[in-house]
Design a protein around this ligand. Structure first.
Ligand code: CUA
Length: 155
């Protein structure tokens, strides 16, 4: 084989890979509707602590098996630091940050958000298994980042 043949083969391989990746992206975003969690509302980070619903962080029941967990991620703790829901509960997490960017990841689930000052993040998850789930900040947010851990207790 000549050098030109190799070059053409590599170009074809590159083109095919690119096309395949774009098709997968198109399929996941349009076909099965997978998106990054986007902001659902805006809130002034300077006054968020006195703005409903963030003036009263915590869990409230919104339906027979539905709950809303309003939470703040702040340097370097979650408010509230622990929430309790019954097994089978469908929990909608509504959260934001009053200071810097934090992460909001519940280990063992697909709840994975970024808390961005000024933006409200929201994600819903049904807890089908009993147990204690760690709520972890997975965005580096300063000196106390590694200690920014909360708990979700499903009982
Ligand atoms: Cu908050 Cu890292």
């Amino acid at each position: 084989m000549t050098i030109e043949t190799y070059e053409k083969a590599f170009l074809a391989l590159g083109g095919a890979t690119l096309t395949a990746v774009l098709l997968v992206l198109l399929y996941t975003s349009v076909g099965i509707d997978i998106h990054l969690p986007t902001r659902v509302a805006e809130v002034d980070p300077a006054t968020v602590r006195t703005t409903p619903p963030f003036d009263q962080p915590g869990v409230r029941q919104t339906g027979p098996r539905q709950y809303e967990a309003v939470m703040l991620g702040q340097a370097w703790t979650f408010l509230p630091q622990e929430i309790r829901v019954p097994v089978g509960a469908e929990v909608t997490f509504t959260a934001t940050s009053p200071d810097v960017i934090h992460g909001f990841f519940i280990a063992g689930t697909r709840v994975n958000m970024m808390l961005i000052p000024g933006q409200v993040s929201r994600q819903t998850y049904t807890f089908r298994r009993r147990g204690e789930y760690a709520l972890i900040c997975h965005e580096y947010c300063g000196l106390g980042h590694q200690g920014m851990i909360g708990r979700v207790i499903v009982e």
